[in-house]
Write a protein that binds this ligand. Structure first.
Ligand code: TXA
Ligand code: MG
Length: 310
């Protein structure tokens, strides 16, 4: 584990050597490797135990890379200008430069530009695109703190760059941009549907649509069974509570998403709270629903996945 400036120089050196390193972003920690080096990408899949059918997001150091990796339309440029660097990932038609391993053989590539200052420094020092999925083992909760990364990947990777806690705490919004007039949200996140609607009509991705292949039903899951409820069950000491409004008296372990019902704070606390509940020894977790407005949509998407059993 290293902090900047040593962490920046060492990460850039390892990336150039085809190694994978854990890096802070403004959403969650990423497991980065050189996107244009298939060997490095293979190491990412290996360290995460991620199936090869689940493609990687490519993080670009600067805008000049966008046109090298993807075919862009005026709508793409407007979105990049409005939201980059920041927590928006665009799925776009790819170019030949992108290795098949990155896209899982699809004809689209997911591109994003991180706003995290440490990530930016590393991307600039390395000077090439970085493929980075969340730095957790496949199917597990995304890490929002370097300690979470250590718990997930210790011994499997040569370096974790310590950037402290992540600002947003949930993964980027993923949007499929088709043509110049249609957006489809493949994963809800910090950039909300309302924000995107200012640029083009937004359609919900149907199940049959491309959909994010990694968006399996059960994802972001704690090991302890989790139920998402509208009405709380009778409290008991073997049950943990992920609380939104209730005080949670009588439960074995309680985590509050936000005591002031602030959705931003709730998003930033979500994964850490799930991890602590998982480690608390309770045999069941109940999560209270949050209002599905603004960031609440992205939070509920994660809670539903955490509650899915298959
Ligand atoms: O905030 C984030 O996006 C974080 C940080 C590290 O940047 N990254 C992240 O990556 O969440 P990952 O791999 O955990 O989730 C990326 C999702 C996966 O569900 C994957 O299937 C989807 O993006 N994806 C990647 N390329 C795609 C493509 N070409 N078409 C559709 N979905 C794609
Ligand atoms: Mg992930």
């Amino acid at each position: 584990m290293l902090k900047p400036p040593q962490g920046v120089a060492e990460a850039a050196r390892l990336l150039a050597g085809g190694e994978v390193v854990a890096l802070p972003t403004e959403t969650v920690y990423g497991l980065g490797g050189a996107a244009l080096n298939p060997h490095a990408c293979a190491r990412i899949f290996e360290a995460k135990e991620r199936p090869l059918y689940d493609p990687l997001i490519v993080h670009i150091p600067d805008l000049t890379w966008l046109g090298k990796l993807a075919r862009i339309s005026p709508l793409v440029s407007r979105l990049a200008e409005a939201f980059w660097p920041g927590p928006l990932t665009m799925v776009l038609p790819r170019t030949e430069l992108v290795p098949d391993l990155v896209t899982s053989g699809q004809d689209t590539v997911a591109v994003r530009m991180s706003a995290h200052p440490i990530f930016q420094q590393i991307a600039m020092a390395f000077g090439q695109p970085i493929a980075a999925p969340s730095a957790n083992r496949f199917g597990r909760i995304s890490p929002t703190h370097p300690d979470h990364v250590r718990a997930e990947l210790d011994g499997r990777i040569p370096l974790i760059v310590d950037g402290g806690a992540c600002q947003h705490g949930i993964e980027s919004t993923i949007v499929l941009v088709s043509g110049d007039d249609c957006l489809q949200i493949l994963r809800h996140g910090p950039i909300t549907e309302e924000q995107l609607q200012a640029f083009a009509p937004v359609r919900e991705a149907s199940d049959a649509a491309v959909a994010a292949p990694g968006n399996l039903k059960s994802h972001y899951a704690p090991r302890t069974p989790l139920d998402l409820v509208e009405v709380l069950p009778v409290a008991d000491p073997a049950t943990g509570l992920l609380a939104w409004t209730s005080s949670g008296e009588g439960f074995g372990h309680i985590e509050y998403l936000s005591k002031t019902q602030d959705l931003r704070e709730a998003a930033a606390n979500l994964y850490g709270a799930m991890r602590r509940l998982d480690e608390s020894g309770v045999t069941r977790i109940v999560a209270e629903s949050v209002p599905e407005t603004g960031l609440g949509v992205a939070i509920m998407e994660r809670l539903r996945k955490a509650a899915a059993r298959d």
